[in-house]
Design a protein around this ligand. Structure first.
Ligand SMILES: Nc1ncnc2c1ncn2[C@@H]1O[C@H](COP(=O)(O)OP(=O)(O)OP(=O)(O)O)[C@@H](O)[C@H]1O
Length: 332
């Protein structure tokens, strides 16, 4: 039976934060906690985000991603714990970070009654740009984010991808050292998401640190490092390849002609953590303590009928497998 696990490849940033005043970690959070009445939305989360890297928050709805970002931005006070952003304590000294950070929310904070160009100029003036410097910067952003044909268009007449490009242009107008992106691609198709990520890597190469929250696995896999959150708690943290290599489950793919009948019995097996149908295959997560997972599954199931081409293959874990294993979400 085949084992298609591949060798890890490096997912470290190729640049080392070449801004002169760069700190080693753009974000340092120490047991950060936020309660809303009886609810603990963020529960003692500690993490370090290396400068000039892209760091992801991955987690289901309501797991605390936005609350965490708002505390790191200095917009929300923690109930307990502390954080330093670019070496500066928040929320105490958040004002010092105003011109050094950018924030793009999932709702794209654009002014709907202003055109693209007017949005950019308005934001530019907030950051004290004026005259030729403002015009130059707006032209630069229009070029970078492919907005030249949209200069006079208002956001409400733009597609999701176009609005997102404009929102990113606005969020980066003042060349922030650190950019917070809260589910920035939730209304964007895969092609535009891919292009958006190219822009993020360009920014990162220029020394910008990016913290991005997402529930898309393919996006999470692009990050240099990743935190998986659930119910306000940090379940695991690391670079995606290492997380996949260190997965505490075997991943077995089953093919054959009676997969739908097998799904329920497999789900009931004591050492099976999850079963998901993917097209003509069942993807099964088996406890890492089981030495021969394919044999384990074959032994527990009814014998194949004559002519059944049942096969069990050990495959390389993906990030969704990591997510399912470290959280309590059951993949069906
Ligand atoms: N101001 C608030 N008052 C009360 N509860 C809040 C407040 N803000 C967030 N919460 C609660 O805290 C929990 C975490 O919410 P949060 O928005 O941080 O999650 P999230 O991971 O960003 O979710 P999503 O992916 O849906 O955006 C949720 O249960 C939410 O209802």
């Amino acid at each position: 039976m085949a084992d298609s696990r591949q060798q890890p490849h490096s997912s470290q940033p190729t640049h080392a934060g070449h801004r002169p005043d760069a700190v080693e970690y753009a974000i340092e959070a120490n047991r950060l906690t936020r309660k809303f009445g009886p609810l603990t939305a963020v529960d003692q989360v500690s993490l370090q985000v290396p400068s000039a890297s892209i760091y992801g928050f991955l987690g289901p709805n309501g797991c605390g991603k936005t609350t965490m970002i708002r505390m790191l931005c200095g917009l929300l006070s923690p109930t307990a714990g502390d954080a330093k952003i670019l070496g500066i304590a928040v929320p105490e000294h958040a004002e010092q970070l105003r011109t050094r950070t950018g924030y793009m929310t999932q709702k794209f904070s654009l002014y709907e009654d202003l055109s693209s160009e007017e949005n950019l100029k308005f934001i530019g003036r907030i950051y004290s740009l004026s005259g030729k410097a403002l015009i130059r910067r707006v032209d630069e952003l229009v070029e970078t984010y492919e907005l030249s044909t949209l200069r006079n268009r208002r956001p409400d007449a733009m597609s999701g991808g176009q609005r997102q490009r404009l929102a990113l242009a606005c969020a980066t107008l003042h060349k922030p050292d650190l950019l917070f992106l809260d589910e920035p691609t939730s209304s964007v198709d895969p092609e535009n998401r891919r292009k958006f990520w190219e822009k993020l890597f360009d920014l990162c190469d220029q020394g910008t640190t990016i913290l991005v929250s997402t529930h898309f696995m393919d996006e999470a896999e692009r990050c240099h490092r990743l935190a998986i959150l659930e119910a306000g708690q940090l379940r695991t943290e690391g670079d995606p390849q290492t997380l996949m290599n260190n997965l505490q489950s075997h991943v077995v793919e089953l093919t054959g002609s009676r997969l739908r009948d097998l799904k329920t019995p497999i789900q009931r097996l004591p050492h099976v953590k999850s079963v998901a149908q993917q097209g003509a295959r069942l993807r099964v997560l088996v406890d890492i303590g089981i030495e021969h997972p394919q044999a384990y599954l074959a032994q527990q199931l009814p014998p194949p009928a004559p002519g059944d081409d049942f096969q069990a293959t050990l495959v390389r874990p993906n990030l969704e497998d990591v997510f399912v294993t470290v959280t309590h979400s059951e993949r069906q």
